[in-house]
Design a protein around this ligand. Structure first.
Ligand code: NDP
Length: 451
């Protein structure tokens, strides 16, 4: 029986690979889902015969466009922009925009595919999409970033709208970029409407949206631990990244009594043996959002150890939060974490663990591991709440939004337990998230007929 399932999975993946040559990140994301969904639909001919999973791997459409802009020195620059509109079966397309030199079609397809399942898990009516450009905002002046964003939106605005597709931020796209993008959209269509989330509070943003992904990951960790009668208080925590997700993850961990040992960026990581303080995290926020400085400066300011060119996974810690980028924990990092006694991994970043690392964690007895689609869904959940507030033309309080965020994360955890229960109190969070995310979208697609 197990052999039969493996054959079916291999055959399915052969088709995906042949149709999407060279798109390795996309293959990886589809494999991570298919491994659970193929056995799940084996006895459900309606999904199988109508090829729902195959259909879900084909984006509804991919828009690719040229972005030409002028830098401060008067040089003409050419970048490539994308929007992958993956699936809108349960609501308007929704998903972030990433500006990073590594952006290509494969990366955005993996992110858009994941987003479909994640958005479904939140229980809110949102389809899945992702977009971006191979543009690096690092080292660029505000006016260069503004010109880039405005030109990017010149094309993107034709394809989005509050009931069509609602982008948000992601790597390299924070409140500054969202402001420029939204301003340009508003100018082009001459309407003030909730077409982007992550807006500033002064022009239609939601309380807690900035914090939501990091906070949500910590709430997920709390749920996983409390399922076993445990808590965050007093536990040592490893975080990678020092961007939006990482910093609010650190802030919430500290508030709950966690000891945050590390923060990182693409150049290295800092190690605070006794744990970072809230003031130190606030200092990093100013550094990153204001001067856009490097993590190394934190070590100089506070006399902390800096490890150049290294990842934080060699430090002994109980709770790990990869919050930087895809495939940042490989098999050997995972082995080191397990050897050092890691209790749980909660994925703040999207697909931060390689397939080998997923296998290492899954084989290690007692290690809890929440995949990104469940663990970082808090961000898009509050984006969904921002859309609701924009439609209602009102703004909920911080306490109201935070409560809703906690409820959504709890519901996601419950669904993971329902669909991923193993022996005793053990939970396969990957399986649980995949099946729960799949079912709602699949049922909507069935209702629409063959299209
Ligand atoms: P930011 O741009 O705010 O921060 C990204 C951080 O990760 C930076 O510290 C950056 O370092 C580091 N990083 C980026 N690429 C690499 C790399 N190749 N190797 C090592 N470090 C790297 O992004 P976010 O915090 O918004 O996003 C982080 C992750 O969380 C991404 O996977 C994103 O898709 C995911 N996510 C974000 C959501 C959100 O609401 N923002 C929602 C859900 C998921 P450096 O500055 O040196 O590049």
């Amino acid at each position: 029986m197990a052999v039969d399932k493996a054959v079916k999975l291999d055959k399915f993946m052969e088709g995906v690979t042949a149709r999407n040559p060279g798109e390795f990140e996309f293959h990886q994301a589809v494999h991570e889902v298919a491994i659970d969904i193929i056995p799940y639909i084996a006895n459900k001919p309606i999904y199988k015969d109508l090829r729902i999973l195959e259909r879900m791997t084909e984006p509804d459409r991919i828009i690719s466009f040229r972005v030409v802009w002028e830098d401060d020195a008067g040089e003409i620059r050419v970048n490539r922009g994308f929007r992958v509109q993956q699936n809108n079966a349960i609501g308007p397309y929704k998903g972030g925009i990433r500006f990073h030199p590594s952006v290509n079609q494969s990366v955005l397809k993996f992110l858009a595919f994941e987003q479909v399942f994640k958005n479904s898990l939140t229980g809110l009516p949102m389809g899945g999409a992702k977009g971006g450009a191979n543009f690096d905002p690092k080292g660029r002046s505000d006016s260069e970033v503004m010109r880039f964003c405005q030109t990017f939106m010149m094309e993107l605005h034709r394809h989005i709208g509050p009931n069509t597709d609602v982008p948000a931020g992601d790597i390299g796209v924070g409140s500054r970029e969202v402001g420029y993008l939204f301003g340009q959209y508003k100018r082009l269509v001459n309407r003030f409407e909730g077409v982007l989330t992550g807006k500033a509070l002064d022009f239609g943003g939601s309380q807690v949206r900035t914090e939501a992904t990091g906070y949500g990951a910590v709430y997920m960790m709390e749920e996983m631990l409390s399922h076993h009668g445990e808590h965050i208080d007093g536990r040592s925590c490893l975080i990678s990244g020092s961007g939006n997700v990482a910093l609010y993850c650190a802030e919430k961990l500290i508030a709950l009594g966690g000891k945050v040992l590390t923060l990182a960026d693409s150049s290295g990581f800092i190690y605070a043996k006794d744990g970072l303080t809230k003031d130190q995290v606030d200092w990093v926020k100013d550094l990153k959002n204001g001067r856009r400085g490097r993590i190394q400066e934190v070590s100089k300011e506070f006399g902390l150890k800096y490890y150049k060119g290294k990842k934080p996974w060699g430090i002994a810690g109980e709770l790990a939060f990869p919050c930087a980028t895809q495939n940042e924990i490989d098999g050997s990092d995972a082995e080191t974490l397990v050897k050092n006694g890691v209790r749980a991994i909660c994925e703040g970043a999207n697909m931060p663990t390689t397939p080998e690392a997923v296998r290492v964690f899954s084989a290690a007895s007692g290690v809890l591991h929440a995949p990104a689609k469940a663990a970082n869904a808090g961000g898009v959940a509050v984006s969904g709440l921002e859309m609701s507030q924009n439609s209602l033309r009102l703004q909920w309080t911080e306490a109201e939004v935070d409560l809703r965020l906690r409820e959504i994360v709890k519901k996601i955890h419950d669904e993971c337990v329902e669909h991923g229960a193993r022996k005793g109190k053990q939970v396969d969070y990957f399986k649980g998230a995949n099946i729960a995310g799949f079912t709602k979208v699949a049922n909507a697609m069935l209702a629409y007929g063959v299209m």
